[in-house]
Design a protein around this ligand. Structure first.
Ligand code: GLU
Length: 460
């Protein structure tokens, strides 16, 4: 048997959808594990909605998730608009063989006739008129009687009663082929063996299978992967949900985390869900993909991302954060802080806010944190004592902590309470990176200056 040929066929009409990314990854795993091919076909025939930057967005997004145009398994991008003649040629053949016929009824006429007959939709009324092509005439497929059975690797055998499928349009009155036809003809001429795509295309599939058969070809193997839904179990939508892969990238999700998470939507990589691509690629099987909708869980995605962030070395994480760091920041203190912020980061974009106290002369003070830290009657005296201890002790986080613990015993409070005023004095906030490590990186002079300023402010 020849090596399988998969394809991913997005329409460049907007940002790259996370659902599209998941479909692409499934196809990519299948193509690579079988020594086959992944064809990228840009379905750019909707001229009103296409934009070249969306096409570039698709290519860039695919590359980001590891689907690289340089890989030997990758073919394309091919552009649907370049195969216009082939689409029309197939339409002509379907007409010549009697599988399609011209119809000149307008939508209004169809509606009126259906209403008069007490039905809905188009009733095949022009089937036997023998019309030839002409301006304003659409070409319709002559849907045969009987049933159409779609063998789907995810959904099993799906049976469609042909009586529920009207004689659908193949070519519009203005002479342009519709999606259903163009999509089949391209799959055919690109010798696609497996069509793995989103569930929303399942209703098109019996129609497309009929076209394959009418053109005398063996239909591909079909697989419709489950739709992605949000927390309310509603299909992810551009309006309601954050669906653009680009956006996740901008917010500092790691590509590896995103890839891993997307692969778990409708499929399980085994006992543990956190798995590198190299472990998932060889074992992914369509037969194991779930039929039910897959919940795109933002919290789980963030948790995956946090796990992947923690798997990086400090140097790798520092490098990964680069695009989010202001150009003027000295990288040395940032690099020192990385191990201390790594534990809590959910996204790379959170990194600057976790360390910005290092880079501002006077960090903005959160008033609520300030009030709380200085409310206890011991707070000011304790802070003065911390300053005293910190003026002379060795400047490393272990010693700084020990000195604070010593004072906490004297004041009979817990460590968190004892260090609250120091924290707000130095960072402006009540929560943040580990305090003693932060002090160590900030340095003695600057830490003490901020603490003394806080004393002055608290006294006034
Ligand atoms: N261009 C179609 C879409 O983006 C692809 C349909 C298919 O994969 O067959 O929905």
């Amino acid at each position: 048997m020849n090596a399988p040929r998969y394809r991913f066929a997005p329409s460049p009409t907007g940002f790259f959808h996370v659902g599209g990314a998941r479909t692409a990854l499934f196809n990519w795993a299948l193509a690579r594990q079988s020594g086959g091919t992944f064809v990228l076909r840009i379905e750019d025939t909707d001229e009103a909605r296409n934009r070249p930057e969306w096409t570039q967005g698709i290519i860039d997004s695919l590359a980001w998730i590891g689907i690289s145009a340089d890989d030997p398994h990758f073919e394309g991008p091919l552009f649907q608009s370049e195969f216009f003649d082939a689409h029309l040629d197939a339409a002509r053949r379907l007409h010549e063989s009697g599988h399609a016929y011209y119809c000149e009824m307008t939508p209004d006429e169809i509606q009126a006739r259906a209403a008069a007959e007490g039905t809905t939709g188009y009733g095949g009324w022009s089937r036997d008129l023998g019309l030839g092509p002409g301006a304003g005439r659409v070409l319709r497929f002559r849907v045969p009687a009987g049933t159409t059975v779609v063998h789907d690797l995810v959904r099993g055998e799906v049976e469609f009663d042909n009586a529920t499928i009207e004689d659908f349009v193949l070519v519009r009155g203005n002479g342009t082929p519709v999606f259903i036809l163009a999509n089949v003809v391209d799959d055919m001429s690109m010798r696609i063996t497996h069509v793995v795509r989103a569930e929303e295309h399942l209703p098109n599939t019996p129609k497309q299978q009929m076209i394959w058969e009418a053109l005398g070809e063996q239909p591909p193997i079909w697989a419709h992967v489950p739709v992605l839904v949000n927390e309310q179990r509603k299909k992810l939508s551009k309006r309601r949900d954050k669906v653009a892969l680009e956006q996740y990238r901008e917010e500092g999700y790691l590509a590896d985390a995103m890839v891993n998470y997307l692969m778990t939507l409708g499929w399980s990589p085994g006992d543990t869900e956190i798995q590198p691509w190299s472990a998932m690629e060889p074992v992914f099987r369509l037969e194991d993909v779930n039929k039910s909708p897959a919940f795109f869980d933002l919290k789980k995605l963030a948790a995956f991302n946090g796990d992947y962030i923690r798997m990086l070395s400090a140097d790798e994480l520092a490098a990964a954060c680069e695009p989010w760091l202001p150009a003027e920041w000295d990288r040395a203190p940032f690099r020192q802080m990385v191990p201390y912020i790594q534990e809590r980061l959910k996204t790379l974009a959170e990194a600057p806010a976790a360390v910005d106290f290092l880079y501002v002369h006077d960090p903005a003070v959160d008033q609520e944190s300030w009030d709380k830290a200085f409310a206890p009657d011991y707070a000011l005296a304790l802070l003065r004592d911390v300053i005293g201890a910190y003026e002379t002790c060795t400047w490393d986080h272990g010693t700084l902590k020990a000195a604070m613990e010593d004072l906490m015993t004297r004041y009979d409070v817990k460590l968190g309470k004892a260090s609250a005023a120091t924290r707000v004095a130095v960072t402006g906030r009540s929560v943040g990176p580990p305090l003693f490590e932060a002090l160590e990186v900030l340095g003695r002079d600057e830490s003490l200056r901020r603490m003394r300023d806080a004393v002055t402010r608290a006294e006034s």
